[in-house]
Ligand binder design. Structure first.
Ligand code: NAD
Length: 485
């Protein structure tokens, strides 16, 4: 029987679908029902070899095209993604369980934004002229070579494009390995790039568990690794990449603070905290999961949050009215339930939620804990689910010190109507991406990434160009060589 979302084959290499059923089985499960929707195979050494030789060969001629020519392909792919947004969003929903109300607006569309943006920049990637008296030097911004993208499961289309678009714009080729949890969407990105005119081999997708990622990271033909994943995996991948001095971009986890002062607009602060904790069922790396609320408004904030949380529409992700879907997997649901149990056991006050929703799929309720103290497990570890922890604070210096008291540093936010305080606080936050009176906006025009254990490098914006290219310096002597020998 044909499964609902079965792709033509597991991998997309050298412009076509390729299968090797000797690879370990990957069952793709729709998180809202538990139904198997596709069966794929992890890449065997034969598949890995095909992907590497194809990407290596294709990169050379791709890099010889002008930036404008490369950009044209990316912009065409962006147009095709927008035309097919509806079908791609349905696939994203099957892959992740995120509701269509989200996927129709933020997944394929943000992938299209990245292809459009970097397609536009591609013709402007240049070096500089450096006058040195009568001599001079110039720099060329050249590709890095074969780039490896490794994805997490929460934004499979977006991650495939956020890595692929700048890599291709700079004249690199890419091998993308999606998360084994969400293998489907990146295959569509690869198909669309070929349809848009990309030469075969420029963007290969191969499936696999961590071992496939690890074997690609250690291969000398890979020149750069860009990982989106947990800090734990990031450290392993970074160390392995160092053995052959590969460039890296690491987009890792977070435990980000969201600070709400007494003078904040309470409806906006509650809305921001909801976006920072409940969007994509809490499975967002930059989420503001440590919500510090100043004592004067804590009671009002919690009351309003609970009222609004009670109205969240939970259910069938394919219904466009639904606002909150299941967790991506049974395993992830169980991890989150363990954290909820720890929160209760360590003395936090459960304000709302906390339970599994019985029935098909891996649903849990939007959950809020109050009276959380800095040493509790839920205050320290990334949960990656819809669990918000509320802390109370009295003054600015105290809250900044507490907010920064973590090894992670992906994001941070502040809600206040005092404009000077807002800037003062974000200046002090040890985070790569900050928000003032907002949370979790990630437009392609602005850099995104973390500090401390949350990662290195930046995605999106002009900054990404520096992470997908390198400089070659050429010194030019106009006169005779003045040699002492
Ligand atoms: P994960 O670290 O378990 O896996 C990420 C990817 O790495 C998967 O494709 C996996 O197969 C691969 N992998 C695992 N071990 C590997 C190894 N040794 N070598 C090479 N590849 C290996 O993460 P996850 O559970 O898929 O995603 C959740 C995590 O990702 C969270 O910590 C979240 O915060 C983070 N994340 C970060 C961002 C960001 O942009 N900063 C975005 C989304 C998710």
């Amino acid at each position: 029987m044909m499964l609902k979302c079965q792709p033509t084959a597991s991998h997309f290499i050298d412009g076509q679908y390729v299968e090797d059923t000797d690879g370990k089985l990957i069952e793709c499960i729709y998180p809202a029902t538990g139904e198997i929707i596709a069966k794929l195979h992890s890449a065997t050494p034969k598949i890995i070899e095909m992907a590497l030789s194809s990407a290596k060969l294709a990169q050379k001629s791709w890099a010889k095209l002008s930036g404008t020519e490369r950009g044209r392909v990316l912009r065409k792919a962006s147009d095709l993604i927008r035309e097919r947004n509806h079908e791609l969003s349905i696939l994203e929903t099957y892959d992740t369980g995120k509701p269509l109300q989200e996927t129709l607006y933020v997944d394929a569309t943000s992938g299209a934004d990245a292809l459009e943006y970097f397609g536009g920049l591609s013709g402007s990637i240049t070096g500089e002229h450096i006058p040195l008296g009568e001599d001079w030097a110039y720099t060329k911004r050249i590709p890095i070579g074969v780039c490896l993208g490794i994805g997490a499961w929460n934004y499979p289309t977006q991650i495939a494009c956020w890595k692929g678009a700048p890599a291709l714009a700079c004249g690199n080729s890419m091998i993308f390995k999606p998360s084994e949890m969400t293998p489907l969407c990146a295959l569509k990105v690869a198909e669309i790039l070929i349809e848009a005119g990309a030469p075969k081999g420029i963007y290969n997708v191969i499936q696999g568990y961590g071992d496939v990622g690890a074997s690609l990271v250690s291969d000398r033909r890979v020149n750069k690794v860009s990982l989106t994943g947990s800090a734990e995996t990031g450290k392993k991948v970074y160390a392995s990449a160092a053995a052959s001095m590969k460039h890296v971009t690491m987009e890792l986890g977070g435990k980000s603070p969201l600070i709400i002062f007494d003078d904040a607009d309470i409806e906006n602060a509650v809305g921001g905290a909801m976006l920072a904790n409940m969007y994509s069922t809490g499975q967002v790396c930059s989420n503001g999961t440590r919500v510090f609320v100043q004592s004067g408004i804590k009671k009002a904030f919690l009351k309003r949050f609970a009222e609004r949380a009670a109205k969240i529409k939970i259910g069938d992700p394919m219904n466009e009215e639904t606002q909150f879907g299941p967790m991506v997997s049974e395993k992830q649901r169980d991890i989150v339930m363990k954290y909820i149990a720890k929160g209760k056991a360590e003395g936090a006050t459960l304000i709302c939620g906390g339970n599994i929703i019985e029935g098909d799929g891996w649903f849990i309720e939007p959950t809020v804990f109050s009276d959380v103290t800095d040493n509790m497990t839920i205050a320290k570890e990334e949960i990656f689910g819809p669990v918000m922890s509320v802390f109370e604070f009295d003054n600015e210096n105290e809250v900044i010190a507490r907010a920064n008291n973590t090894n992670l540093g992906l994001a941070g936010g502040v809600f206040t109507n005092d404009i000077k305080r807002a800037h003062r606080v974000v200046d002090e936050l040890e985070a790569g991406t900050c928000f003032i009176n907002s949370y979790n906006d990630a437009p392609v025009e602005a850099p995104f990434g973390g500090v401390k254990d949350s990662g290195v490098g930046r995605e999106n914006s002009k900054a990404a160009i520096e992470h997908y290219s390198q400089l070659k310096t050429v010194y030019v002597r106009m006169g005779n060589v003045d040699s002492p020998y």
